[in-house]
Design a protein around this ligand. Structure first.
Ligand code: SAM
Ligand code: DTB
Ligand code: SF4
Length: 332
């Protein structure tokens, strides 16, 4: 399979604009060249520190400046995180993603506690992912040493549209953190959101940025905006299925080996709509009754969906060089 990081904008535009079923068929064809096309990577999310964030991301229920009804909670205890991780593992998740409503990581006691959580959850045999905001290279290394497997940091939208959505940091800040994550040999999880009010060209440019990084992100979450009352985007229109399909299928063609995650927005999608997304090359979901603060389908409902569609949950560390909990050897 030919992995390219030199896609031109014109090529991405051509793929994105194909007649929808031609596009889905082409993406499904690419996806079927992967031996494990019927495997879906299941991640479970925990909000380890909720609300009160200083940033102004206009989609986010956790930004302190909007009144969204999300209650501010302090950093969870290690014990509580372990208990939640046990439940996720028993339900078949291979990855636990810990999210904090932080602008950036600070070198303080809270970060020490997060490192302890990482180490404990890694010891349980789960892939650990963190999403904690901006990181320095040294902080990325400390996460890696503690047993963190992946780091999620989304570009969210095109560089052109970025300032319309967030003003308290820049697109370049995001790229810097991603470079630190890559340099520390953490698995890179990076995608974006559809439904922010962006144009098709913004979507094309966002996909182009992801597909022309020095290496494709290992996982690419595609989120449909969950419009939250109290945020500036509260009245945005619900994302239609054709828009999600176009994003997922184009991502699959551009980044054939990456895990493409059908992320936020599944709670509003039917089984048939989700089936189309898996057909178009999605091979990961967030499972568990909550994303960070908003509802998501129950585990049982998702497992029934997998049964109906003939999909199976992927085992942890499948494509890693380490087949046991994360060691320093991953990524080499
Ligand atoms: N604070 C950290 C950060 O911003 O990187 C980590 C958590 S943040 C909630 C992670 C990602 O969730 C965001 O980059 C965004 O892509 C996604 N997200 C947040 N709110 C969302 C919403 N209402 N709808 C869809 N995706 C959302
Ligand atoms: C990602 O791309 N989507 C997840 C995860 N990475 C951290 C978060 C979605 C959040 C949706 C809104 C909420 O539940 O607060
Ligand atoms: Fe929400 Fe993260 Fe933005 Fe904070 S930095 S407002 S938690 S998306």
């Amino acid at each position: 399979m030919n992995i390219r990081t030199n896609w031109t904008l014109a090529e991405v535009r051509e793929i994105y604009n194909r007649p929808l079923l031609d596009l889905v068929f082409a993406a499904a064809t690419v996806h079927r060249e992967n031996d494990s096309y019927a495997e879906v990577q299941v991640s479970s999310l925990i909000s380890i520190k909720t609300g009160g964030c200083k940033e102004d991301c206009s989609y986010c229920p956790q930004a302190a400046r909007y009144s969204t009804g999300v209650e501010v909670e302090p950093l969870m205890t290690v014990e509580k995180v372990k208990a939640r991780a046990e439940v996720a593992k028993a339900n078949g998740a291979s990855r636990l993603c810990m999210g904090a409503a932080w602008r950036e990581v600070r070198d303080n006691k809270d970060f020490d506690r997060v490192l302890e959580m990482v180490s404990e959850v890694n010891d349980m045999g789960l892939e650990v992912c963190c999403t904690l905001g901006m990181l320095t290279y040294e902080q990325a290394e400390r996460l890696k040493e503690a047993g963190c497997f992946a780091y999620n940091h989304n570009i969210d939208t095109s560089s052109d549209n970025y300032n319309n959505i967030i003003t308290t940091r820049t697109f370049e800040d995001r790229i810097n953190t991603l470079n630190n994550v890559r340099k520390a040999k953490l698995s890179v999880c990076c995608g974006g959101i559809v439904g922010l009010g962006e144009t098709d060209d913004d979507r094309i440019k966002m996909l182009h940025t992801l597909a022309t990084m020095e290496a494709h992100p290992d996982s690419v979450p595609i989120n449909a905006l969950v419009a939250i009352e109290g945020t500036p985007l509260e009245n945005n229109q619900r994302v239609n299925i054709d828009e999600m399909l176009r994003m997922i299928a184009t991502a699959r063609i551009l980044m054939p080996k990456s895990v493409v995650r059908l992320s936020a927005g599944r709670n509003e999608m039917s089984l048939a709509e989700q089936a189309m997304c898996f057909m178009a090359g999605a091979n990961s979901i967030f499972a568990g009754e909550k994303l960070l603060t908003t509802p998501n389908p129950d585990f049982d409902v998702d497992m029934q969906m997998f049964k109906t569609l003939g999909l199976k949950a992927r085992k942890p560390f499948k494509d890693s060089t380490a087949n046991t909990p994360q060691t320093l050897s991953y990524g080499g």
